[in-house]
Write a protein that binds this ligand. Structure first.
Ligand code: F0G
Length: 458
């Protein structure tokens, strides 16, 4: 029997949620063009769409908002954040941004040219799209185990070092302006990357003189996985592990909306001074001055506090065990999930759940729609809606290997009974799953189509 860890906090403020009737849910999802992003949040009962910006801030973070310094330049809030970023990440420079994708945009705008390539274990959708938007190629080189939902590997987010080496030799380092690594690997199941892998990826990039940027959104969860699973790290603090991770890189993109426990914010960090100056020019053009980058001073203070709370080991133990609890409960009920559980989310393997639905009819998206209709649960598809694309060389549609539904758990928001309810809803769908059909797309924009596409059931 999986055991839910007791929450290391108690609840001081509540936000009501309501389960509208099934008839109302059917109407709401139809009205939204069968896209869960189109729903009104008030029509959702349990919102597992994302763990991004949806966490609960602590009393210390709310207090920090009150001392926010709103000076245009050089605010105390900026300096408090700078001190924390330097303590954890150790890079020479950073610029605040309004969220992670703004950091990605700046990085791509100053380094990336048409037809160049950027390797990673797996790029997340916004990184993938930021690279494609510049007519360049995002390349995913995660280990093969990542594509097999049943294989239990402690670091399923690892980069395949041989693939990386081969890719660099074939492409030429001069066509790779920077390389990345996503920790934890969100699009590949929220799986961690080992310190050994980070070291070796760094060595390959450095031997080839390719600047190495870590996509660090969920770095704190990754540090705790390293502490739990990698020998030699049992007795090291998460802060110490984080410092070592980033010492292997030349910079990082960060969405503070995840492991920094805030509702908005991010940054781009780097060692290189020239790069910092170029990033600063782009920041001032599009985001804001160097010391606030599109955020209010109070946001910078909340990030500074959240970054430190994110590394708290008692909290991280609770966090990873809560996710594992949901995963194991679903597994017990026979739901095919990606194992082991990720850090921030549980991923359901929709290809196995709906073998009757081909990828061209979006099995993972069909499951998202069913979860909403059955139980008012909102999830996200990480499969063909998000990642299928036309190969420019052949004109054919290329489908992703994994067809997943992600149940992302907002930080410090839902309790055990909410998660038990989710498991019950899955059980109800399982009873009639063979009769469920896929969907067709009736509208889609060129990039990031999952946000606004519209569908019709088949
Ligand atoms: N990188 C990763 C690994 C992410 O998961 C995200 C966002 C981003 C970059 C972009 O950050 O949203 O602050 O601009 N992921 C969210 C999610 C949206 O639901 O997983 P952002």
């Amino acid at each position: 029997m999986p055991i839910h860890p007791p929450e290391p906090f108690r609840i001081k403020m509540v936000e009501p949620i309501e389960l509208i009737t099934k008839e109302e849910r059917r109407e709401a999802i139809k009205h939204a063009g069968y896209n869960l992003f189109g729903l009104k949040a008030e029509d959702v009962f349990i919102d597992l769409l994302t763990d991004s910006g949806t966490g609960a801030m602590s009393q210390e973070q709310w207090s920090a908002l009150m001392v926010g310094d709103e000076s245009y330049a050089g605010s105390r809030s900026y300096h408090r954040l700078a001190e924390t970023v330097s303590k954890i990440f150790g890079f020479n420079h950073f610029v605040p941004t309004h969220q992670g994708r703004a950091a990605e945009n700046i990085l791509c705008s100053i380094l990336l040219k048409e037809k160049q390539s950027v390797p990673s274990n797996t790029h997340f959708d916004t990184t993938d799209a930021n690279i494609r938007a510049r007519k360049a190629n995002p390349v995913n080189l995660v280990i093969d185990e990542a594509y097999d939902p049943g294989v239990k590997h402690p670091f399923k987010g690892n980069m395949d070092l041989e693939k990386l080496d081969n890719f660099i030799s074939q492409t030429g380092a001069e066509n790779i302006p920077f390389g990345m690594l996503t920790i934890t690997n969100n699009a590949g199941g929220g799986q961690p990357v080992s310190m050994e892998n980070i070291r070796l990826v760094s060595k390959i990039y450095r031997d080839n003189k390719i600047p190495f940027f870590i996509d660090a959104c969920r770095y704190a969860e990754n540090t705790y996985f390293i502490k739990l699973r990698e020998s030699g790290f049992e007795d090291r603090s998460t802060l110490d592990i984080a410092r070592e991770i980033f010492s292997h890189a030349d910079g990082a993109t960060m969405s503070a909306k995840k492991d920094a426990h805030v509702n908005i914010g991010g940054f781009l960090a780097m060692n290189d001074h020239q790069l910092y100056q170029n990033a600063g020019n782009e920041l001032i053009l599009r985001e804001g001055f160097l010391t606030y980058g599109g955020l209010a001073g109070r946001d910078l203070d909340a990030i500074a506090v959240g970054l430190q709370e994110g590394l708290d080991e008692k909290y991280l133990s609770y966090r990873l065990n809560q996710t594992a609890y949901l995963a194991e409960k679903l597994f017990e009920k026979g739901i095919p999930i990606l194992r082991p559980a990720g850090g921030h989310a549980v991923y359901v393997d929709a290809k196995s759940f709906f073998p009757q639905i081909p990828q061209s009819e979006y099995p993972a998206h069909a499951l998202c729609v069913e979860l909403y209709i059955e139980g008012g649960i909102r999830t996200i598809e990480i499969g063909s809606v998000m990642f299928a694309h036309i190969d420019p060389a052949t004109g054919e549609t290329v489908y992703p290997q994994l067809e997943l539904v992600r149940l992302a758990i907002p930080r410090r928001v839902y309790t055990q009974s909410h998660l038990d309810y989710v498991v019950d809803v899955f059980s109800k769908i399982t009873g009639r799953k063979d009769n469920i059909k896929g969907l067709k797309i009736t509208y889609a924009p060129e990039l990031l189509r999952h946000f606004t596409a519209r569908f019709e059931p088949l």
